[in-house]
Structure formats: C-alpha cells, structure tokens
Design a protein around this ligand. Structure first.
Ligand code: BMA
Length: 318
C-alpha cells in the first residue's frame, strides 16, 4: 500500500456539513456559555444528541436536542435534561462529555459521562429508557478518569468499558471488564499514545464503539502539544469483534482535525472532539463533535470508505 494513497483517503474520508456548526449557545432556549461534546444515538427514527452545556457559572449539565435528519431543525429541551447533583461529592462541579449506547439485553440506554467531583473527574453511569428520567449507578472507577463508553453487549458474560485513566501522568486508552456494571477488573491498556505523532501527548475515546463486519471501530482523539497550545484531532483503530481488548489495526493519520474557523476559534482553540457516532440508513457515518469547546458540528463519511481505509491501515500485534 502506497502510504500517500492511504493518507489521501484519510484526508478525504469526512466532509463537514455545510450548515456547521449545528448547535451554538445562540440557539439555546435558556442562557448558556457554550454547547459541545454531545453523545449521539439514533432512536425512534430521529437523531438524539445529549449535549454538554456549560452554564454561566462554568459548570456543565446535559441537555437533549432532537432532529429528524440529524442535521437541521433541532428541537432542544426547554430546560436542562440532566442536572448535576451538586450535593453529592461525585457531581459537585458538573456533568461532562456523555457517550450513549443501547444495551439490548437490558432494553435501556447506558450513558457514561464525566462527573467533575471533589476527588477529580470520574466516569459515572446512568441508565435511561426515555431521556427524561435517569437512574444513576454512580462512579465506576477511581479518579482521574474520563472518555468512557460501554460496549452494547457482553463478551463471555462480561461487560466491557473503554476509559481513559491518568496513570503515572500518562494518558492511554484502557479497557476494563465487569460481570455486573459495578465491580471492575482485568484492566488493560488498549491503545497507547505514540511518541512524536499527532497523538503523542494524550489519547482518549471519541464516540461509542461502532460495530462493523470487520470488528469494532474505535474512534479516538489524540493531542499534540505545540509551543502555542495543543491540538485535538481524531483517529481510528479497529478492535476484534469478540475480544475487543485486542487491537487489529490502527490508522497512522488523523481523519479529522481543526481546520474550519469554528474549530480553530472558540473557548478552546484548535479542538475537534468527537463524542457521538451514528450510522444512518443510507450507510453514512455521522460523527458529532465539539468544535473549539463551544459549539457542536457534524462530519459525514461513507461507511464503506471508512472500512476500506481501516483495512489499509497497519496491523497491530496485541
Ligand atoms: C479534554 C476534555 C474535553 C475538552 C477537551 C478540549 O480534556 O476536558 O471536555 O473538550 O479537553 O479542551
């Protein structure tokens, strides 16, 4: 494989929706500072985004927006959908960066989000059927932990969680297993930062894992430190379908990075932060992301092209 052909495919995989950004503070039905990093799911024939919304104190909560085509005419809940429980130590300073999966066995949605609590950020789990009432199952693993999502089904009887603890100051992506969503073990590093690459400083899960015939697409963010700031881009790897703790392939190139004005300029410049992914009936993959930490945008790819690209990427021994 000529690496230049692969890089060309990587750079052309995603097209930004011309109506980007799709959600901004200006659209909001109540006063906010910013809206970004949404979990996304297709449900009842529409796209539901569970957005991270930062209020005018700087604390985040989660609010639902719905659209028939996933691009336009967003119906936003008139009030916060899920507020932090500020009495608790766990959620004291807000709720951030949700990811959503449908648990077929439980017939419920599982939302993993970051609770910004007294001990630092932790990954918390909430369960819902309707995105109106939420059962909170609490923090899953000790702080500092972020960027987490469950897989939609069990593997050999156990649930699997992708997450991103900080260990010895290093920020790699980990996977942990649980028989009951409460007790977690078999913690393993799934994907590591790559020295000197675009994802050399920190990495973390992007959207929920996406199942394809070849395995699970792991879409993740990578950070590069520069003399000016840091750049958040998006890359892709492929996990084994039945043993998702095994990485099969990993792209060398990023597939989405800040280039549009709305990604380069905002509360935090040069950030594309994918948190939601949806396969549409026409086999397009919609990735929803926070742009510069203050708006929501969407980038669209042909799922076939994404598959073609990942199968061209180097095999990984794991
Ligand atoms: C990460 C998270 C995200 C944020 C990103 C870029 O550490 O806190 O919520 O979008 O930084 O600022």
């Amino acid at each position: 494989m000529n690496p230049l052909n692969r890089a060309k495919l990587a750079s052309e995989l995603f097209t930004r929706f011309e109506g980007n950004p799709i959600l901004t503070a200006g659209n909001w039905p109540y006063p906010i500072n910013s809206v970004f990093n949404p979990g996304a799911i297709r449900t009842n024939g529409e796209i539901l985004l569970l957005n991270r919304v930062e209020d005018l104190r700087g604390f985040s909560h989660l609010t639902v927006a719905r659209s028939k085509d996933g691009l336009t005419d967003w119906q936003i809940d008139p009030e916060p959908t899920m507020q932090a429980d500020q009495i608790s130590n766990e959620e004291r300073w807000g709720l951030e960066d949700p990811r959503i999966v449908w648990l077929e066995e439980q017939k419920q949605y599982a939302i993993t989000y970051v609770s910004f609590g007294a001990g630092g950020p932790v990954v918390s789990l909430a369960i819902t059927r309707n995105f109106k009432t939420f059962a909170r199952l609490g923090g899953l693993l000790p702080p500092e932990d972020k960027d987490a999502c469950l897989f939609p089904r069990r593997f050999n009887g156990r649930f699997a969680l992708i997450h991103r603890p900080i260990v010895r100051g290093e920020a790699h992506i980990w996977i942990s297993m649980s028989p009951d969503l409460k007790h977690w073990g078999d913690h393993r590093v799934l994907l590591s930062t790559r020295y000197a690459h675009w994802d050399g400083a920190r990495i973390g899960l992007g959207c929920q894992p996406i199942e394809i015939d070849e395995g699970w697409l792991l879409i993740y963010h990578g950070v590069r430190h520069t003399t000016a700031s840091q750049i958040y881009r998006t890359g892709i790897a492929l996990l084994d379908k039945e043993e998702p703790w095994r990485v099969l392939r990993r792209g060398e190139e990023w597939i989405l990075g800040p280039s549009a004005d709305y990604e380069r300029i905002g509360d935090v410049s040069d950030v594309t932060f994918v948190t939601g992914g949806v396969i549409m009936p026409n086999d397009k993959l919609y990735l929803y992301y926070g742009a510069a930490d203050d708006k929501v945008a969407v980038a669209i790819a042909d799922l076939d092209k994404v598959k073609e690209y990942i199968m061209m990427c180097p095999k990984v021994d794991s």
